[in-house]
Design a binder for this molecule. Structure first.
Ligand code: GLA
Length: 729
């Protein structure tokens, strides 16, 4: 609910459990007065204190009032160059070369339903689900209007933000910085949590208390990156899964981003998130505008679980555009770890045949099916089926796959090219490169200039021929290197600061075309695993291959960290062979199944190499997954222990919305002698209900399971796992 108090120029946004407030003050500066647990409140600007602070300048219109300074007040969208020395949200370069921004309130607009953003991913919402507030701020000297957008999703406690900058003047202005989110707090006693890592180990939780100054994460790799995720948390220092105030902030963006928290000299904190200012400079000629990517906020008064539930609900209901929203997703088999580049149609069919006999429903052909792609130094860019490997093309292969009662999926990496390809030989100038410099290779490949529509069109035409040659129901869109040598022949020198962002817009454009032209196709995102796992991609690719590390034990950490913002259904997770291809670890098949089925489930191994007993186990796993699908897909996800803290086990739980069903998953760490008797304290159950345990006669009350705990059986051997299914009587 948005309450606009016209007389006091007060804007109060209520969601079910939170309140967010802004106020226009007597100099028409837009102040941020509160974000936190829901309050039936009046004007909260009284929380802001004024005093003479030396070296904090006073705006000209404050005359000689030394107690009024932009440098100390909480602001809704911070400026620069005119007296606030903390993190700026916006920075303009005016024709006279000055760098500044100074904003005053001009007006507002309220709309039912959720605003949309041109060319950018955004949460969507009907008039029943969401409301929109637009606040207009003006920099009169620069002749710039800034529109701040707020989307309020009451039921899921989600508040979205975006910004549009409009040049209404007569001269060209350059935009050097344009954050999506600025959030000021009148406190500094908080922890910052970020999700960091590297290729093969993404989104590991990292928590530390805020200290004076700026602490930040970000990416200048052209993708949101394996190293840092565009999702951060600020929270009470004592916050845990169940208690404490915490704020989650996600950026729906898949390119260079920055997320920075600054603790000021007077113990306030500012969080700023948006496109990374590195090599960003957008030229705004008269009459033109720039739209910043969307950011989304959740505040939970009750710890991380509630925050995650709200993000998961909002992402599932109002962000994903998943052809399988109302249907069970097929269980898939992917041939990558089974064959790498070394396959023929017969080899693929042999894997598919075995898979189908075990209940697998979708066959995904990974890298290696096109051009001369027999290793990863060649072929990218030539999106024509390699008929030596696949005689009769896709048509013949897919018809044989269909005969096995399976649907078909295919891998692509449209943004890239190898020098050893027909495409590169014909158009060497289509890659990102700086004139006079030979571009750096990554995985032996170069990056196509996706900021250029002509290049995207060419790639898309090739792909369309492939996609229309056979029935395809799934695409895995990969991206296997970071961007370097970022320069585009399509733009003049003074506009090269637009290339990084135009590249991302280009990726979104092609993904949107795919989504529009093939609405029934499920697109899985991938970037060497989880190097572009963000809310922006999820709008187009409702699931993302979580990591190239498919080892079940490493995945515990990766999936745990990922779950703070993103729901399990978005995490591509496969059972692969042992010893694991990435780390050589041997884990039981059961453990691999339990970990993978807590995500978008599939297999990635040559099932022909399995024993009869293993095949029987796989058949049962698939049955179990199908049985628990609704619970895993739509239920509330609880982290019962942290793999970063607990060295004995990792456990998690999916609970249905009506609390009548739950699935608990448990994975023990490496075996140790005389290990302690363990108990699991369950969460999210109805204390008054009796739950039947694993279809047996045995029952326990919800209160007992949550307060006294469930005694775990003693397991022997490394990395043993099991599930417990609860159903209310
Ligand atoms: C990336 C992906 C893998 C696989 C290979 C193919 O590394 O993450 O899953 O598709 O590319 O080259």
């Amino acid at each position: 609910m948005i309450i606009y108090d016209e007389q006091n120029l007060l804007f109060t946004l209520h969601t079910r459990n939170t309140t967010y407030q802004m106020k226009v003050d007597h100099y028409r500066v837009l102040l941020h007065t509160y974000y936190g647990p829901r309050m039936e409140c009046g004007d909260l600007s009284g929380l802001i204190r004024y005093g003479d602070r030396s070296f904090s300048p006073n705006p000209n219109e404050a005359q000689y009032d030394r107690t009024y300074s932009l440098d100390v007040m909480p602001q809704e969208y911070s400026t620069c160059g005119v007296g606030d020395f903390r993190l700026p949200s916006v920075e303009l370069e005016l024709p006279n070369g000055s760098h500044s921004a100074d904003l005053r309130y001009k007006g507002c607009e309220l709309q039912k339903g959720k605003y949309t953003l041109p060319e950018l991913p955004a949460f969507y919402g009907t008039e029943e689900e969401a409301e929109t507030l637009i606040l207009y701020l003006e920099d009169a000297a620069a002749q710039i209007m800034i529109e701040l957008y707020f989307g309020v999703f009451e039921a899921s406690d989600l508040i979205t933000r975006s910004v549009r900058i409009i040049n209404y003047g007569t001269e060209t202005v350059r935009l050097c910085r344009c954050a999506s989110l600025c959030l000021d707090f009148l406190r500094a006693d908080m922890d910052l949590i970020t999700f960091d890592g590297h290729h093969l180990m993404e989104r590991c939780l990292d928590r530390s208390p805020l200290r004076s100054g700026i602490q930040s994460v970000g990416s200048i790799r052209g993708a949101s990156s394996h190293q840092h995720n565009p999702f951060v948390i600020l929270c009470d220092q004592h916050a845990n899964e169940d208690t404490g105030l915490c704020y989650g902030a996600m950026l729906l963006y898949s390119g260079n981003f920055g997320a920075a928290a600054e603790c000021s000299q007077y113990d306030s904190t500012r969080l700023v998130m948006g496109i990374h200012p590195y090599h960003f400079c957008w030229t705004l000629p008269p009459g033109e505008s720039f739209t910043a990517p969307e950011a989304a906020l959740v505040c939970s008064p009750n710890g991380f679980s509630q925050m995650s539930h709200q993000f998961h609900n909002a992402i599932r209901r109002n962000l994903l555009r998943d052809p399988y929203s109302y249907m069970r997703k097929p269980v898939l088999i992917n041939n990558w770890e089974a064959t790498y580049f070394d396959f023929t149609a017969d080899k693929l069919l042999a894997i598919a045949k075995e898979a189908s006999s075990l209940g697998i429903e979708l066959f995904v052909m990974d890298d290696g099916w096109f051009g001369d792609r027999n290793d990863d130094n060649r072929g990218l860019g030539d999106w024509q089926v390699n008929e030596t490997k696949l005689p009769g093309g896709l048509k013949s292969l897919v018809s044989k796959i269909s005969d096995l009662n399976m649907t078909f999926g295919i891998w692509i990496e449209p943004e890239m090219v190898n020098e050893d390809s027909d495409l590169y030989r014909l158009h060497p100038d289509w890659v990102l490169h700086i004139p006079g410099r030979a571009p750096a290779r990554g995985r032996g490949q170069l990056v196509l200039d996706f900021s250029r529509k002509d290049i995207r069109d060419h790639i898309y035409r090739q792909l369309q021929v492939v996609f229309s040659s056979a029935p395809i129901s799934y695409i895995k869109w990969d991206m296997n290197r970071s961007l370097t040598d970022v320069w585009s022949a399509g733009l003049p020198a003074q506009r090269q600061g637009e290339v990084y962002h135009r590249y991302v817009l280009g990726v979104y454009d092609l993904l949107e075309r795919l989504h529009t032209d093939y609405p029934h196709i499920l697109i899985e995102g991938c970037c060497g695993g989880g190097g572009r796992f963000d809310g922006g991609m999820l709008y187009y690719t409702p699931q993302i291959w979580c990591s190239d590390d498919s080892d079940a034990i490493d995945r515990l950490r990766i999936q745990y960290g990922t779950s703070f913002c993103y729901p399990p259904c978005t995490m591509g997770a496969h059972v692969s062979a042992v010893p694991n291809e990435q780390n050589g670890r041997i884990t039981p098949l059961k453990t691999r199944g339990i970990v993978a089925m807590s995500g978008a489930f599939g297999y990635e191994m040559d099932l022909n190499k399995c024993t009869v007993k293993e095949k029987e186990e796989i058949r049962q796993q698939i049955e179990d997954y199908k049985t628990y699908y609704e619970l895993i897909r739509h239920g509330d996800y609880y982290r019962l222990s942290s793999p970063f803290e607990n060295d004995l086990f990792t456990a998690w739980e999916h609970v249905s919305a009506d609390k009548r069903e739950a699935l608990i998953s448990f994975v023990a760490s490496a075996s140790r002698p005389a290990s302690p008797f363990l108990k699991l304290y369950l969460k999210g159950l109805d204390p008054s209900l009796q739950y039947q345990i694993d279809h047996s006669e045995k029952t326990c009350s919800g209160s007992l399971l949550m307060q006294a705990g469930y005694p775990l059986p003693v397991v022997k051997g490394d990395y043993q796992a099991f599930q417990i299914y609860l159903k209310a009587k």
